[in-house]
Design a protein around this ligand. Sequence first.
Ligand SMILES: [Fe+2]
Length: 200
Amino acid sequence: MNAIAKMPKTAKERGKIAPAKLAHVVLRTPPERVKMILDWYKVVLEGEAMYEAEGLGFITYDTEHHRIGVLGFPGIKEHADGYAGMHHVAFTYANLGDLMHTYYRLKEENILPEFTINHGPTTSMYYFDPDKNQVELQVDNIPEENFADYFSNGEFTSNPIGIKFDPDELFGRYKAGEAEKDLLQRPDGTPPDLTEFPAN
Ligand SMILES: [Fe+2]
């Protein structure tokens, strides 16, 4: 049976009171690792500390007071793969150029994606922070006003997982001046098995 996808009306359009925005994510870690985790998010997100003290900190990259918080809890247990809970947090860039710039900038810092895939709706690069929280950096492949059309055109239902891509190859094509709309087009191919996705 094929799934039906459509763009729901916003809660506001349905006359409901819903949150005005998604505000922040807060992570916990052993106190001695707080600075390392904060530093990683500063680098990855081009963030700065709104507040930083021994054992906790808050980072922002825009007008929000914090987008990522890190709290040190004494005695906290190490990350273990395979537990129920949050899988990843995603950040969307304005365009492929910004994502490619960020990919290259992070590569220069030896921060590399674990997995890169064109899902169809997005071009996505998945990273692990030093505690193995998964962070997706992505760009929308289609303009927001075309989401509903896209989800009905059959591409997504034929493969809701995506097609993996080589980030250096995509970066090379981008640097060579290929049009973003062509680079964002999902290639034909076989979707990866879910076991190929990085585990956390
Ligand atoms: Fe995602």
